[in-house]
Design a binder for this molecule. Sequence first.
Ligand SMILES: C[S@@+](CC[C@H](N)C(=O)[O-])C[C@H]1O[C@@H](n2cnc3c(N)ncnc32)[C@H](O)[C@@H]1O
Length: 284
Amino acid sequence: MPTFSIIPTISDLLAEATAKLAPHSDSARLDTELLLAFVLDKPRSYLYAHADEKPDAERFDIFVGLVQRRCQGEPLAYITGRREFWSMELVVNRHTLIPRPETEVLVQQSLACLDPGPRSVLDLGTGSGAIALALAGERPEDRVVATDISAEALAVARFNASRLGISNIEFLAGSWFEPVAARRFDLIASNPPYVADGDPHLELNGLPYEPVTALVAGEDGLDCIRDLARLAPAHLNQGGYLLLEHGYDQAERVASILAEQGFTDIQHHSDLAGIPRVSSGKLA
Ligand SMILES: C[S@@+](CC[C@H](N)C(=O)[O-])C[C@H]1O[C@@H](n2cnc3c(N)ncnc32)[C@H](O)[C@@H]1O
């Protein structure tokens, strides 16, 4: 926003930054408020209560730089290093997928599948730890295991667990079930990579900033889901559940994959837009 010759008030700064960001973001006003609150190290409400104040020159310059990054398409969560998920503030970085609201459907359905009493739960491909942390936080008596092939992502997940004071999670590095050897669980949840190689969406909405290993899964996007459905029965207790997040148009194919591996009671679960984004099956 080099149009300012002197530092503007918070109110004017927000208006100007919103106008600059509007062509690049559907949530320009919210983005600018979150960025300014981040730079000022204050809650968003501060911006309204102190609309006539002016930030100091150093913070003004930092804010201008961050708005510029956002205009270039960098996701807000990578700029601030934070993302809200299941009412928890998670630290994220370029090694972790940014947790999405639709993944909360996976958490919700997992909670619905789990009987009372201590249960064992496995989150495969935990990234920032979002699913494992939500489940472990809601069910402190459970034993949760979280795996990821990325050591860097696991370090972030561990850091989030310690920041949030959640201690009933074991973090293990390795490919899918490899780190859990022959252990069995009452419920396995995963939000695996499910975007097809070369899908044009990979160029949009900040996806170029996210780790490709968190996104892409072969020609039809279902390579990981096929592997997980094939391997899961050997790691589930009788009557255990497998819940998988998938793409907006993959529900029917995921249901067939689950049925081929002997899962029963296959159900689809929709996000707030009514799109089936999670499918579950039970081991008979
Ligand atoms: C779509 S991201 C999901 C991250 C997190 N669970 C979430 O919902 O925000 C997929 C995750 O799977 C991990 N992953 C990819 N291939 C893997 C493999 N073979 N074994 C274990 N994790 C893998 C990636 O590193 C990434 O963290």
